[in-house]
Design a protein around this ligand. Sequence first.
Ligand SMILES: Cc1cc2nc3c(=O)[nH]c(=O)nc-3n(C[C@H](O)[C@H](O)[C@H](O)COP(=O)(O)OP(=O)(O)OC[C@H]3O[C@@H](n4cnc5c(N)ncnc54)[C@H](O)[C@@H]3O)c2cc1C
Length: 417
Amino acid sequence: MYDVIVVGGGPAGLMASVAAAEHGARVLLVDKGDKLGRKLAISGGGRCNVTNRMPIPELIRHIPGNGKFLYSAFSVFNNEDIIRFFENLGIRLKEEDFGRMFPVTDSAKTVVRALVQKVKDLGVEIRVNAPVANVLYEEGRTTGVVPASGEKIRARNVIVAVGGKSVPQTGSTGDGYPWAEAAGHTITDLYPTEVPLTSNEPFIQARTLQGLSLRDVAVSVRDPKGKILITHRWDMIFTHFGLSGPAVLRASQFVVKALKKFKTDAIDVLIDALPDENEETVFQMLMKRIQQQPKKAVKNVWKGIVPERYLVFLLERMGIHPDATFHDLPKNKVRDLAHALKAFAVKVNGTLPIEKAFITGGGVSLKEIDPKTMASKLMPGLYFCGEILDIHGYTGGYNITAAFATGYTAGRAAAMR
Ligand SMILES: Cc1cc2nc3c(=O)[nH]c(=O)nc-3n(C[C@H](O)[C@H](O)[C@H](O)COP(=O)(O)OP(=O)(O)OC[C@H]3O[C@@H](n4cnc5c(N)ncnc54)[C@H](O)[C@@H]3O)c2cc1C
């Protein structure tokens, strides 16, 4: 008989195990994979973006999927606690752009190894290659888990930390949702977030711009009524199926929601390649350059404004020959180009599937979870933490922070119970 069984050894489950053991509980951690922390090991481009050093209100703003629910958990264990936790384990961290924190080794393995060692040092019993088939509920309370192998394992508290449905090869295959439903919980609609966008535009299908990156652009999602739903300024890339890169990933959940809300097949994503200028100043700048060098080809006169491949692409789209000069160029074409540089519209028709998304949107409804303890309000002894909850943030350490914070909160509360 254990005090606490933690199901799932991702960041949420590992931190829940640490907190439960530190608070005196006899803990069993089970994972179906052969290794713990598999998704953590590939996060942040394999460097593990352990947390983000932004002030709490900013942090919450970067968790558009119910970030406010985390205020209580952050009062128990927040980003600064995560930084202290790893530094106490001897993992030196460094801050990069946008507050992102990484190990100085630039290797996620360092983080996973130290975290797993800490769990072991605290005396947590670990079983890998041990998939859980069910959580046991008897006489209105949680009594343990049923592994796929059959024999019941008893505990007064079970913490479900099995993650979402994204990147299933890391072990997150959505196993926890039916267990939550069996306890009476609601699962909100699941959808891919932080996911590349797909497009049927002929230039995408023809792979005209495949592999082209645009740095520091503003990417907006426009609904069918013409309203801008969100703008994110960062880098993006054209791929063989559509659009990707950090600005696009951040915008993706708004595309998913708008396609559903407006029951439409495609929606516009606008690319502003010159976000510090307005359309008029871009037009004036284009005009000034060709007036100053009237005999030179426009592709040379306007070189450097944006990457050459993108410039030539837009020139062709606007019906401007790249070798045209000032004298062959109607002014309205320059206006069209200025507009395209500021708001080139790409029709996107969806996203890659949830399995290819970085994060799963939706999950166990937060209305049925106590934010101070992550306990189920419906089934005594049952706790949820990490990505299985209806919480999702942008990439940049926000999801991992949410997983550590909810994991620690659940582990502590379960041990205290
Ligand atoms: C490529 C990639 C990059 C990412 N980069 C970032 C980033 O830069 N910043 C950021 O904030 N987030 C990032 N994320 C997201 C982040 O990694 C996840 O949100 C986080 O790992 C979720 O933690 P978790 O503990 O809830 O679940 P997971 O990490 O998914 O762990 C769940 C664990 O449960 C186990 N499990 C599942 N079912 C069972 C079962 N039936 N029985 C036993 N065990 C089970 C799995 O084997 C797994 O070990 C990235 C994700 C991906 C895929």
